[in-house]
Each structure stands twice: as C-alpha cells, then as structure tokens.
Design a protein around this ligand. Structure first.
Ligand SMILES: Nc1ncnc2c1ncn2[C@@H]1O[C@H](COP(=O)(O)OP(=O)(O)OP(=O)(O)O)[C@@H](O)[C@H]1O
Ligand SMILES: [Mg+2]
Length: 255
C-alpha cells in the first residue's frame, strides 16, 4: 500500500465477524478505518465489549481480519511485527519471576546480552517509578505497580508503536489518576507512537492527541477528535471540560 506522509499505520475498512456453535453470526468490528501518525498518542474510546481488543489483535497481526487492509509503514500486516508491542488487558506477568526478570524478557528472548538488557530494563523500571523494586515478585506489588511493570516490559522491548489495551481499567480511581499522570509524563519524555484503548472519556481527553470514538457493538468509527489543548492538560480548563461534554453527548459512556 502506498504510504501517506507521516503515517505509520493505515487501517482501512477492517471487519470481523464471529460465529457461534449454532452458526449465528456476531459482527464485532464493522468497516473501521483510521490512520496512526508518527509519534501520535492515539486513543480508541469505546464502550465495553464493543470490539476494541479484537481490533487491536487484528492491528497487531495476532488475529486475522475478515476483510480490509492494515499497513505498517506501507507494508501489509499479516503477522505480528516486532515494530509493534502490546500492553495486554490481562498483563500476563510471570509470578515466579522478579520485576527485573519480567521486564527484561523481550530482549532476553532476542538473545541480547545480560548487561545490555539489564541496563535497558533498569532504565525503564526507573522511568515508571519502580526503582528499588527490581527484585520484588508480582504478588508483592499493588495493582498500579503491576501495571507499571507491564508498561516497563513493553518499553524495554523497544517497539516503535506501543499498543495499550485499557491498561488502567482494573485500577481504583486514585491509582488510575496517578497512572494517567505517569503515562503523560513518560510519553512527554519519550516520544513514541501509541495506540491507547479506554472506555473513559476524561482519560481519553487527558492523554490523546486524537480520539477515535467508537460505537457500541459492532465497533464503528463514530467521530474523530483532534485535541489541541496544551500539555500537561488541565482537567478543569473550560476547553477541556467542553470537549469532555461534547464527547459525552455523542455516546452513552460515563464521563
Ligand atoms: N475469539 C472470539 N470468539 C468469539 N467471540 C469473540 C472472540 N473474541 C471476542 N469475541 C466477542 O467479540 C466482542 C468484542 O470483544 P472485545 O474483547 O473486542 O471487546 P472490548 O471492546 O475489548 O471489551 P472490554 O472493554 O470489555 O475489554 C465480545 O462480544 C466478545 O464476546
Ligand atoms: Mg478489551
């Protein structure tokens, strides 16, 4: 596919239907198209069970699409590509491994030397605020800390495009708020192309350069918002609140 200037990922008319054992069809992603630009923080905002994870699985090449095209740097995606890394909704930390061992797993599997991969892992463990916990095990960490381990692990693998599937969905309100600040800080320090999924309007407006608002199942693109507000964002700035209100008027999602 011909690559548009500044565009890393081009998603064009992708759809997915599942079939039950009885043969009933269930359309979950319906003709979705959007671009992801270089170094953009793109938010996919949609209600629960609308097909967000299915969409991410197709984008990252983990799941076949029924129709449509996905191109990464102009090349059609047919299988997982190391340029794209996922922070999964279910984190999948290995409970028998320490924070360091969990975080260094990507470069370790690629055969990177102990010294090099530990240096890199240590850098990201510090960046997410977990310095001092390198030798802790997941069960010794809070939910927010585990989430940070998942984020450090994804960064340490050095993907050019980082895909995060509702990374803060399981956290309590206060921890979620703290993690939103953290991810805003990390991404201002380390520019990267990010696709971030959430069902929370405030989180979307706080973090995104653009928001793709999705419909309830099947997921379709309802609206695309470009957020020109200065960073760090001020959640009580009238412009911020107006945008939040405008989006909430278009969807049944909670504010
Ligand atoms: N492998 C599968 N086989 C059959 N149905 C599936 C499969 N994966 C997902 N589904 C169905 O597709 C729909 C969308 O699922 P998906 O996990 O993408 O939702 P979601 O938007 O990520 O939801 P949540 O916000 O709860 O994570 C759901 O109804 C789900 O049951
Ligand atoms: Mg999901």
């Amino acid at each position: 596919m011909e690559q548009k200037t500044g565009v890393r990922l081009e998603i064009k008319n992708i759809s997915k239907t599942f079939y039950s054992k009885k043969g009933e069809s269930h359309l979950v992603v319906d003709n979705v198209s959007f671009d992801v630009k270089e170094n953009e923080f793109l938010v996919l905002l949609g209600p629960g069970h609308c097909g967000k994870t299915v969409m991410l699985n197709m984008i990252s090449g983990l799941m076949e699409r029924d129709s449509g095209d996905i191109a990464l740097d102009g090349e059609i995606v047919t299988s997982p590509n190391p340029k794209m890394g996922m922070v999964f909704q279910k984190l999948g930390l290995m409970p028998w491994k320490t924070v360091m061992e969990n975080v260094e797993i990507g470069p370790k599997m690629r055969g990177v030397s102990v010294k090099e991969r530990r240096e890199k892992a240590a850098y990201y463990i510090n960046l997410v605020g977990l310095g001092g916990f390198e030798n802790s095990y997941p069960h010794q960490l809070s939910g927010g800390m585990k989430q940070r381990v998942g984020i450090a692990r994804a960064y340490t693998n050095d993907p050019e495009i980082l895909i995060m599937d509702e990374p803060f969905g399981q956290l309590d309100a206060q921890t979620r708020y703290n993690m939103q600040n953290e991810i805003a800080r990390i991404t201002s320090q380390e520019k990267r192309t990010i696709i971030f999924v959430t069902n929370n309007i405030e989180e979307a407006v706080y973090l995104g350069d653009r928001i793709i608002l999705l419909t309830d199942c099947p997921a379709k693109v309802k609206e695309i918002y470009t957020i020109d507000l200065a960073r760090p964002r001020d959640v009580i700035d009238p412009l911020f609140l107006n945008l939040r209100k405008e989006i909430s008027g278009k969807t049944d999602l909670a504010l």
